[in-house]
Design a protein around this ligand. Structure first.
Ligand code: MSP
Length: 513
């Protein structure tokens, strides 16, 4: 690509996570998706930018901090640091970490609020309503289940107060039109239909302030210092405030938000209407994934079944954890997390499938040729192997583009299995007993080294550590992985040496008690 041609950009966001509890499996899953997509598209030449961060205002955080006897900011400094450390420690990369307590973010939100207020889309009114502290929002009677919050199961408190409201209802028609004009705005389609269902009823206006008499931990309204901003009106703009601060607003038109279904309404209804009111373009796509459950129930501190990404990494390695998350959840649907399931994937697909292939091939390469890769001489089974990897590449790329990560991995493993069968069928270990057949043994191993090289390359977005280790064992120390995108048969020049095999994955017997 000529250097003066601008690369196509992709701005990916994860939700900014509440700074009230430590990072868990659910948060980690969204981060893994962002990391996979960023690596995948970067390797294909796109200018990718990833933002994650922490959501630090609101009742819930003020309450947790008060219960711990610390100032809210001291509390969020600590928890925000835990999130950052968790992602850094897990190799989950981001380009910017935003905090809603960042001064530039707060100024940005105030500027937008002043703008929308000046246009007449924010008005003052009195309100009596049913408020759930857990959700930090008012509920309409018909949304409750047996008079209780559908998420928390607690009865909401009746609150009467004067507040500021955003004329969200005024944008309902425009939002419907937008969903009609851009059928891929919300993905997968089931969530789009859910949103259309909500839009069949009037959405009403949105209360966007909290009186300081009740809550003072938030961004002050620029037009009334007795109030702070409702946490969602503050948090959603964290997707944009860093771009302005970094001078990268050019990225905005390419924004794709990754979220789970729990915050669909805020992202599919509040957020686009807020953007319309601020006269800003609506995101390119909202990508909605399902929920990880544990033993078919919710993960919660009180049940004691919270899965911590750091524990998973320590027990099984980050790549095995990533593989399991990507392989066992179909994007958009819910899945049940089980350590037994993770171990089965680790021992099966990873250790027996890929690990075994790598160790057999590299051991034979050492034993018969001291690691030196021999010339190719293609015979029919070799062409089939090459074709299997060509198919894996084409179909796994198409699946990633469609967010079917589990299918992409399935396709790559189909080729890896074929490579294991090719070893059994061509039987180089038997041929090697006859010195006259050694050239064929060398050629077979060359094909297999190509199979491993292609696997490393295809797997890089999903299993980055493994890809680097495998490439290293093949004799390509980092950062040469990106240079390995070569036609089959051209990666190993004469006299190229592979290294001695080292197990890629440990086999594990059972989860700890
Ligand atoms: N702070 C808001 C988001 C504001 S975005 C402008 C929030 N935070 S959260 O900490 O509750 O994170 C919710 C997100 O965490 C979900 O949308 C999802 O990305 C991830 N997950 C949390 N639990 C999850 C599961 N059990 N399963 C899958 N992902 C989930 O909402």
């Amino acid at each position: 690509m000529p250097e003066n041609v601008a690369r196509e950009s992709l701005y990916l966001t994860t939700p900014i996570f509440y700074a009230n509890a430590e990072p868990h499996l659910g948060h980690a899953y969204t981060m893994v998706l962002a990391d996979v997509l960023a690596r995948f598209w970067r390797a294909r030449g796109r200018d990718v930018f990833v933002v994650t961060g922490t959501d630090e205002h609101g009742d819930k955080i003020a309450q947790v901090a008060a219960a711990a006897g610390v100032a809210p900011k001291a509390h969020t400094d600590r928890v925000s640091g835990q999130f950052r450390a968790a992602w850094d420690g897990a190799g989950l990369r981001y380009d910017h970490f935003v905090r809603t307590t960042d001064p530039q973010h707060q100024r940005f939100v105030q500027k937008i609020l002043a703008d929308i207020h000046a246009r007449g889309d924010i008005y003052f009114g009195s309100y009596r309503g049913l408020y759930c502290y857990g959700c930090e929002r008012f509920y309409q009677e018909r949304e409750l289940v047996d008079g209780r919050c559908p998420d928390h199961g607690t009865p909401p408190a009746e609150i009467a107060e004067e507040n500021y409201f955003f004329r969200m209802g005024a944008y309902q028609e425009r939002l419907l039109q937008l969903l009609d004009d851009r059928p891929d705005l919300i993905f997968p389609d089931g969530y789009r239909r859910e949103v259309l269902g909500v839009l069949r009823e009037p959405i009403g206006d949105l209360c966007i302030s909290r009186p300081k008499t009740r809550l003072d931990w938030g961004i002050e309204l620029p037009f009334d210092d007795r109030y702070v901003t409702y946490v969602w009106f503050d948090a959603l703009f964290s997707y944009m405030s860093p771009l302005e601060a970094l001078g990268r607003m050019d990225l905005w038109p390419s924004v794709e938000h990754l979220i789970a279904k729990d915050i669909l309404k805020q992202h599919a209804i509040f957020w686009p209407t807020m953007l319309m009111a601020a006269d800003l373009p609506v995101y390119r796509r909202l990508c909605v994934h399902g929920y990880w459950q544990v033993n078919e129930g919710k993960m919660s501190k009180s049940i004691g079944n919270v899965v911590r990404p750091g524990d998973m990494k320590a027990r099984y390695g980050m790549d095995a954890f990533r593989y399991y998350l990507l392989r066992d959840m179909a994007f958009g649907q819910d899945a049940d997390f089980s350590e037994v399931g993770l171990i089965a994937r680790l021992n099966g697909d990873l250790a027996n499938g890929l690990g075994n292939l790598a160790s057999r091939v590299l051991a034979m390469q050492q034993r018969y040729f001291k690691g030196v890769v021999q010339p190719r001489a293609e015979e029919p089974p070799d062409a089939q192997l090459r074709e299997a990897f060509a198919v894996a590449r084409r179909s796994s790329d198409a699946h990633v583009e469609a967010f079917a990560f589990h299918r992409a991995l399935e396709e790559i493993w189909r080729a890896i299995e074929q490579a294991n069968r090719y070893v059994t069928e061509t039987a180089p270990f038997t041929l090697a007993k006859d010195p006259a057949r050694l050239p064929r043994v060398g050629a077979i191993l060359h094909e297999l080294c190509e199979a491993l090289r292609t696997s490393a390359q295809l797997l890089e977005p999903f299993l980055p550590e493994t890809a680097v280790r495998l490439a290293e064992q093949l004799g390509f120390p980092p950062p040469r992985l990106a240079e390995l995108d070569l036609p089959w048969g051209q990666a190993f020049p004469p006299a190229h040496r592979t290294a001695a095999p080292q197990a890629l994955f440990p086999r594990i017997d059972a989860p700890p008690d």
